[in-house]
Structure formats: structure tokens, C-alpha cells
Design a protein around this ligand. Structure first.
Ligand code: DX5
Ligand code: ZN
Length: 215
């Protein structure tokens, strides 16, 4: 069964507490929290104070996806804000191994996200050191975009690489996940499905989460 990680980027920020309560009562496993700096990606979302407050509203795993340059400058602050998993972008890290070591030393799980154009092969030598790979199935920066279908090949290739190394890295899919593609993604080898609009813009978010869980 896949881990379901609703992305609060699509939540109603005027009713954030209700949205957190809904997720707490649902079958959602993780809270996916998207941080954007307007530099690595052409959009700005929310940051530390918001995550700090969300932390007080849930016991579920806080999966923080940093779409920011120089993430090493902020890793400690995100730990203090309550992140359980901290994911940085391959494309934003000149010294990725150092960033990963720092995240682990702070006591968080470490994730690496890759943009749609970044070959999965480039992760071969970092897999033993990380807990999660986030395959972007849209270009990062915005919710509600269309799923890039080439993602399936990327998931299969990464699954083979992880299994070949007998590594325990989870594969997370982020962007354009729907009830229509969830099953195929899991069959291709995905462990975690992030879903923003599919969950929060649906008439019954809890039922949608349950349906994703059953995919
Ligand atoms: C995009 C973010 C995603 C986004 C997904 O840059 O990383 O997590 O919220 O939104 P949907 O599921 O609506 O494509
Ligand atoms: Zn994300």
C-alpha cells in the first residue's frame, strides 16, 4: 500500500486548522509541505512560521520539500520548525553529499528531488546515503499542472537501481497525481504519492485520500 502525502500547497490557508484536522482524521500518512523561494523556482509559497504552526496541529510525518537555493543554510531551522523528512533538489546542491550528511546529522530523514529533465542515473552514488527520492512529475513551482507521462519510465529505472543496490530508499512522486494514474505509478515502483489538487479540490477530500490509498 502506498504512502499518501497530501500537499498543503492546495489547501485553503484561511482554514488551515480545519485542513489539518481533516488530514489527521483521514488515511493520509504524511503532510507534504512545499517551500519555494522565488529563485530556484518561479514562485513563492510559505516557510518556517507556517510549518512551525502546522507541526503543532499534527502528529503525522511532516515531509518538507525544499525548492530553494542553498538549502544547507536552512536545514537546522526546518528541523526546529518540525520537519521529519527534509528533501533538497539535486539541481540546487553543488555539494549534495554534504547537504545530505547535514540533514541526517540533524536527525531528519534525507530526500533528494529531481526535476523532470534530470536523469535518475545521476543518483546512483547518493542512494546509499538517503531515505527518499522525489521524482518530480511536473516542473516544480506550481500545483495543478499536468502529469508528465515519461515519469513511468523514470520510476521503473530508479526502482531497478534501488533494488539492485538493495537500498531502502522510498520513491515519491510529486506533481499531477490523480486517481487515474495512482495505480500505474505504484505498479511502476512508487512508494509515496504526493497529491495537492486531487485531494484538496475534491468534493470529499477524505474519501479521495482513501481512494488513493486503495489504488
Ligand atoms: C510542485 C509541488 C507539488 C504540488 C503538487 O512544485 O512540489 O508538491 O503541490 O500539486 P498537484 O498535486 O496539484 O500537482
Ligand atoms: Zn512538493
Amino acid at each position: 500500500m502506498a504512502i499518501i502525502a497530501p500537499s498543503l500547497l492546495a489547501a485553503n490557508f484561511l482554514r488551515l486548522q480545519d485542513e489539518c484536522t481533516m488530514l489527521n482524521e483521514s488515511e493520509a500518512d504524511w503532510f507534504h509541505l512545499d517551500v519555494m523561494d522565488g529563485r530556484f523556482v518561479p514562485n513563492i509559497s510559505f516557510g518556517l512560521p507556517v510549518i512551525e504552526q502546522i507541526r503543532t496541529a499534527t502528529r503525522k510525518t511532516c515531509d518538507v520539500h525544499l525548492m530553494i537555493l542553498e538549502p544547507g543554510n536552512y536545514a537546522e531551522a526546518f528541523k526546529k520548525a518540525g520537519a521529519d523528512i527534509l528533501t533538497v533538489h539535486y539541481e540546487a546542491c553543488t555539494h549534495l553529499h554534504r547537504n545530505v550528511q547535514q540533514i541526517k546529522a540533524l536527525g531528519m530523514q534525507a530526500g533528494v528531488a529531481i526535476n523532470p529533465h534530470t536523469p535518475v542515473d545521476l543518483l546512483e552514488d547518493i542512494l546509499p546515503d538517503i531515505d527518499l527520492v522525489c521524482i518530480m512529475s511536473v516542473n516544480p513551482g506550481f500545483g495543478g499542472q499536468q502529469f508528465i507521462t515519461h515519469t513511468y519510465n523514470r520510476v521503473r529505472a530508479l526502482r531497478n537501481m534501488i533494488d539492485g543496490q538493495q537500498a531502502t530508499v522510498k520513491i515519491e512522486i510529486d506533481g499531477g497525481v490523480t486517481l487515474d494514474n495512482a495505480k500505474a505509478l505504484i505498479q511502476a515502483g512508487a512508494d509515496v504519492l504526493v497529491a495537492g489538487n486531487t485531494v484538496f479540490k475534491s468534493p470529499d477530500p477524505k474519501a479521495t485520500i482513501a481512494a488513493l490509498k486503495k489504488a
